[in-house]
Design a protein around this ligand. Sequence first.
Ligand code: ZN
Length: 269
Amino acid sequence: MTRNCLLLIGLFLFGFGQDLQAQRRNRTSQPTTATSTPIDSAKWRAEHYVVDRDSAYADPYIGLRKLMGGNRRFVENKSIKPRQDRAILMSTSTGQKPFATIVGCSDSRVPNEIIFDQGVGDLFIIRTAGQVMAQASYGSIEFATAVLGSKLIVVLGHQACGAVDAAVKRPEVPGHIVTLVNSIKPAAQKVRAMGMGEKMLENAIRQNVIEQVNELRDLDPILARKYQKGEVIIVGAVYQLSTGKVEFIPETMKDLPAFKAPAANSSSK
Ligand SMILES: [Zn+2]
């Protein structure tokens, strides 16, 4: 009886010590706010649009909210730079569970973890100029989905994309750059046919993302099947360089399938 009591007290003290360590970690890794709201309290989390990571990994619609919340923090200068300390490095060294896959442009002005205010192990990112995809990109996206269990895919274009601009203007380009131009050309031609005038580039950027979202939704043998079953959600967005805002494209957000958890989750390594 006495021994059991001592054991319980010991466990309590051990747990309490761990809580204190976690709180200290939070204090050192997250900036204090101007208000007196205690850091990581329910109120603070609501004010910073914090969405639980495990829930975001389990459900792509919660993942979408997490990305939107992180971008809102970034735009409002409230970034919390989550999960970037040594404890997270240690815990992620044995495996990863990214809650979202981002297919974005290589442009140096679009740093994904920063603009979505996410941390280590959160985002699986495929980047090429104009987010043009080919076999290696497809394989990487399928790996994130089928092996790592990521259930949300966001194709992310951006304002003033040089690759799309080249597809619109079609200048002489050297070397393999023509591969990028040729891939984006159909979207540029569609916009040109619609007579978009001065908004040509802006609309070509948007159209390019829409075409790439459709490309992934139709991609056999993994993504098309998973998307139709509602096991993965694929949407598109455009990042505004001048404001820091990620704007999700309404055409890619409508008629999305209801989420259905896969029957047996694959390895999370
Ligand atoms: Zn670009």
